[in-house]
Design a protein around this ligand. Structure first.
Ligand code: KIV
Length: 272
């Protein structure tokens, strides 16, 4: 290993819990490929999520359901090759852990062995408790995901805010406690009222990382392509765009096309 690499301190699941205890917020973004992961890691983002949102962002599917375990492993392995510091968490895709705990463990093991990912993420609470325990018993760190869980979108029927009603909020709190007790190292809370997210974060010793879950929690996650403004049809209230890459890239592509067509590119210094 080069000395340049040694100066990086790797983020571990324990680092995240220490950060929560210190009151230091956790930054998390998605990446699905080597080049993006290199930039995200180099920028000092604490956690890289190889999300099954790759199904939407990379493959153009309407939901996260179609992406396969093999495809997730391909994305995760590409990310891992780029990363020096961030903790890399990999989504176990729909259909690879819900049916029985043995299958869940097999899927998690494949992700860890074949991609080199550092942890896995699963969606759901008490209904996947045995799967979570089985994965954890094999020494594989698990991140939970509650609230709006996109793998269940056909059950919800809509992407609106979850757990606004008392009964669903109570069930979510119970699920969060159950995941902590089972041994999860962190939980993602997606699109739930900020007050509920705050209560959950305060009641747990493990970090709660939110997307559309307010600011009174331990960290934030966004889909990188959304925060860069590469996607422009998706405009939820929680999304802050840090660039308008759609516009920037379109301008660049148009300039390139014009230069090629006019014969301006390549010029004398751009050839051999
Ligand atoms: O797949 C994903 O990108 C996610 C985030 C939205 C948390 O699960």
């Amino acid at each position: 290993m080069s000395t340049a690499k040694k100066q990086y301190k790797r983020i571990t699941t324990k680092t995240l819990v220490d950060m929560k205890n210190r009151g230091e917020k956790i930054s998390m973004l998605t990446a699905y490929d080597y080049t993006m992961a290199k930039i995200v890691d180099g920028a000092g983002i604490d956690v890289i999520l190889v999300g099954d949102s790759a199904s939407n962002v990379m493959a153009g599917h309407e939901t996260t359901l179609p992406i396969t375990l093999d495809q997730m492993i391909y994305h995760a392995a590409s990310v891992i090759r780029a990363v020096e510091r961030s903790l890399v968490v990999v989504d176990i895709p729909f259909g690879s852990y819900q049916s029985d705990p043995k299958e869940a463990l097999r899927s998690a093991i494949r992700i860890m062995k074949e991609s080199g990912g550092h942890a896995v993420k699963v969606e759901g609470g008490k209904e996947i408790k045995e799967s979570v325990k089985r994965i954890l018993n094999a020494g594989i760190p698990v991140m939970g995901h509650l609230g709006l869980t996109p793998q269940s979108i056909y059950k919800f029927g809509t992407y609106t805010v979850r757990a606004k009603e008392e009964a669903e909020a109570e069930a979510l709190k119970q699920d969060a406690l159950l995941l902590e007790k089972a041994g999860c190292f962190a939980i993602v809370l997606e699109k739930v009222p900020a007050k509920l997210a705050q209560e959950v974060a305060q009641s747990l010793t493990i970090p709660v990382i939110g997307i559309g879950a307010g600011n009174a929690i331990d960290g934030q996650v966004l889909v990188t392509h959304d925060m860069l403004g590469m996607t422009h049809e998706f405009n939820p209230r929680f999304l802050r765009r840090y660039l308008d890459m759609y516009k920037e890239m379109t301008t660049a592509f148009k300039s390139y096309s014009a230069d090629v067509k006019s014969g301006d590119f390549p010029n004398d210094t751009e050839q051999y």
